[in-house]
Design a protein around this ligand. Sequence first.
Ligand SMILES: Nc1ncnc2c1ncn2[C@@H]1O[C@H](COP(=O)(O)OP(=O)(O)O)[C@@H](O)[C@H]1O
Ligand SMILES: [Mg+2]
Length: 261
Amino acid sequence: MNAPLVRAENVSKKFLHEGREVEILSGIDLEIAQGEMLSIVGASGAGKSTLLHLLGTLDLPTSGRIVYEGQDITHYPSAKLADFRNRSLGFVFQFHHLLPEFNACENVMMPGLIRGAKRATLQTRAESLLREVGLGHRLTHRPGELSGGEQQRVALARALVMEPKLVLADEPTGNLDSKTSEAMHALFFELNRTRGVTFLIVTHSKELAGLMPRVVHMRDGRVELDERRDVAPAPVEAAPDAADPGLAAPASDLDPSRPHG
Ligand SMILES: Nc1ncnc2c1ncn2[C@@H]1O[C@H](COP(=O)(O)OP(=O)(O)O)[C@@H](O)[C@H]1O
Ligand SMILES: [Mg+2]
């Protein structure tokens, strides 16, 4: 039997606020299978971002466990956890957090550069990813020379450069107009289909939630409803200059622990 990609087990989170403990998440149980597409929805303050941070190992639960492929990673030492996060998870936030002094390609390469991966391999992969998200003609543009939607697509390519199994996105289209959002939503489904990437997307977008085969509804720090339904596969619009087939070198090429050359 295959372990789920990630499992939150009876996860709670409390914060101290003005000397008082406030429970933000209470007894969350959630399993996500490899290859799933799911959204988390709920009113502002329901605890969606807090849960995403815990699943993303950016913060620790007060109690409960976070288990990836059967491995309890909750209490990994911080360096080991950072390494796990860098290799296994990709993040997209509402604001792109691109580095303004680097161009699109360099921004996408950044997670690998930080890990000391081989530059040439990273560059090939970054360029392929940028083509996949429809930005093959914007490789050397800096963030300030890109539209909001283009910036967010660079951020998506950056999230994928280490070939993570899971991408965690927190209102990734919250800052985009509806047409640009729709193009981004189509990209999530395309990348799920072509690369098998699992997406967990916190969203207020009814359009996106409506496309999702699974929608987890949160309320007051709990899972109120875990809704699964049949949805027609999203129509996939090919990016203007999509993917050359020979792309993506195997992940091992990016492994800095392997000798280069
Ligand atoms: N570091 C923190 N300290 C205290 N309270 C926090 C902290 N982070 C979030 N909260 C509170 O937790 C609740 C849930 O926050 P959040 O997970 O950001 O909700 P959502 O993403 O669903 O809008 C909110 O009431 C917020 O004020
Ligand atoms: Mg939030």
